[in-house]
Design a protein around this ligand. Sequence first.
Ligand SMILES: [Zn+2]
Length: 118
Amino acid sequence: MNSAFCYCRECQTITGSDKWFGLWVPVDKFSFTKGSPATFTRLGDSGKDMNHRFCRDCGTTVCVEVTVGGFYSVAASTLNDSRDFFPKMAIYAKSAPEWAVFPEGVPKFDILPPGMGG
Ligand SMILES: [Zn+2]
C-alpha cells in the first residue's frame, strides 16, 4: 500500500535510531508462516491500538499492526532483501531529532499527509 519512513518517538525508541522504514501491507494480505510473535499493544495518536509484533527469541519488532488503517507496517529491515524498496514519504517529521537525515525528493509531512489523518 505504501512505504514510509516514520520519525515518531515510538519508532525512534523501537529502532534506536531516527526512523522506522515500514512497508504497509493490508492486514488480510499478511500472515506469519512460521512461529508466533509476541505482542505489545499501545494506543496510537488516533486512540486506536497499535499492535507491535516482535520475535520472542531476539526481540526484533517484525511489524506493527495499525488497527485504525487496517494494515501492518512491516519493518523493511527484517526482509531477506529490501534493496528494491524505497520510501514514498517521510511522516511524523516534526518529532525527528535535529540530526535526522531526510531523503531527497521524498515528500515530508509534520504528522501524516492530508487525507491520512494529517
Ligand atoms: Zn512511527
